[in-house]
Design a protein around this ligand. Structure first.
Ligand SMILES: Cc1cc2nc3c(=O)[nH]c(=O)nc-3n(C[C@H](O)[C@H](O)[C@H](O)COP(=O)(O)O)c2cc1C
Length: 308
């Protein structure tokens, strides 16, 4: 008989994940594109590209550029739209024994409500992740995510339409992330994810041109990790709902920083562009760490940062 290894299972509310390592939206396409490299069954969850009601073409190229310790991107939320996602992309993912989390984006509250309703009814979607970093057309283009009242109103409106877990992916670009996290929690969110990219810009000095076709984009990768770990720690200390850490997770130690800071799981984004197998390497690394530390279950290290 073999000795059972440390248990990597974790829970985000009612949703049980085999392990705490998920993909981050927009960096793992619709899953199928990475299946030649990664057995999707080995992941905690697959979080797919942001889906909108209608298809979106996205921004002009170049859409990504490497920066020190990270990258900037301005994909422009290109996606196939809800209808084609349900017809062409979701059936493939349903073949795997892995929770599918769908990141959604809208320009007004009603868009999110309709997306949440359709995805709840579709079957085979385990959770909805609201991307609140989109411009809210009704409030003059300011993102939902910077205003606690807008976050509260959005989540409260979407909640009744979503019969599956509802996660809110926060923007880090706020003065007090805890106020925004509380607004999501009070309106009925099942978890918060922290967070999305930082607005940024990179310039090719020889051509005197922006490196991105869209001029500005979002910064991700290891450059943002220490900022996100802090935000995650602040949220985990203050909220009752689970926190999911995102930003610059490249290896198991990076994931462990988030877990020790209080996250129940992490998402891996930029690292997928460096090595498409990063997620599964992290799962293996976590298993090794727990065995070395003599810890039986991954949950036992969540929030176990020693401050004295
Ligand atoms: C190319 C690219 C596309 C992205 N697309 C989305 C998206 O559609 N929706 C979303 O909420 N976040 C999107 N993100 C943000 C990531 O999901 C993640 O929050 C961010 O990159 C930080 O994690 P990382 O440092 O591990 O990349 C995207 C990031 C990148 C690099």
């Amino acid at each position: 008989m073999t000795t059972p290894g440390p248990l990597l299972e974790t829970r985000i509310g009612d949703l049980v994940l085999k392990n705490p390592v998920m993909t981050a939206s927009g960096t793992f396409a619709y899953g199928a594109e990475f299946a030649p490299y990664v057995d999707l069954n080995d992941l905690g969850a697959v979080v797919v590209k942001g889906i909108s009601l209608e298809p979106r073409q996205g921004n002009p190229p170049p859409r990504t550029a490497e920066t020190p310790c990270g990258m900037v991107n301005a994909i422009g939320l290109e996606n196939v739209g809800l209808e084609r996602f349900l017809a062409d992309k979701l059936p493939y993912l349903r073949r795997f024994d892995v929770p599918v989390v769908v990141n959604v984006l809208g320009r007004q509250v009603d868009d999110y409500v309709r997306l949440a309703g359709a995805l709840s009814e579709a079957g085979g979607v385990s959770a909805i992740e609201l991307n609140v970093s989109c411009p809210n057309v009704k409030s003059g283009g300011q993102t939902f995510g910077v205003d606690p009242e807008a976050v509260n109103a959005l989540v409260a409106a979407v909640r009744p339409a979503a019969s599956i877990p509802l996660w809110v992916k926060l923007t880090p670009l706020v003065t007090d992330i805890v106020i925004i996290g509380r607004a999501a929690q009070e309106a009925g969110a099942d978890a918060v994810c922290v967070g999305n990219t930082f607005p940024a810009m990179a310039i090719d000095v020889h051509r005197r041109k922006p490196k991105l076709g869209n001029v500005v984009g979002g910064l991700s990768g290891p450059a943002i990790r220490p900022i996100m770990v802090r935000l995650c720690w602040l949220l985990a200390r203050s909220l009752d709902i689970p926190v999911i850490g995102i930003g610059g997770v490249m290896c198991a130690d990076d994931a462990l920083e988030y877990l020790l800071a209080g996250a129940r799981a992490v998402q891996v984004g930029t690292a997928n562009f460096v090595d498409p197998r990063t997620t599964v390497s992290i799962v293996e690394g976590l298993r090794k760490y727990l065995a070395e530390q003599g810890v039986g279950r991954v949950d036992e290290i969540v929030g176990q940062l020693r401050l004295e």
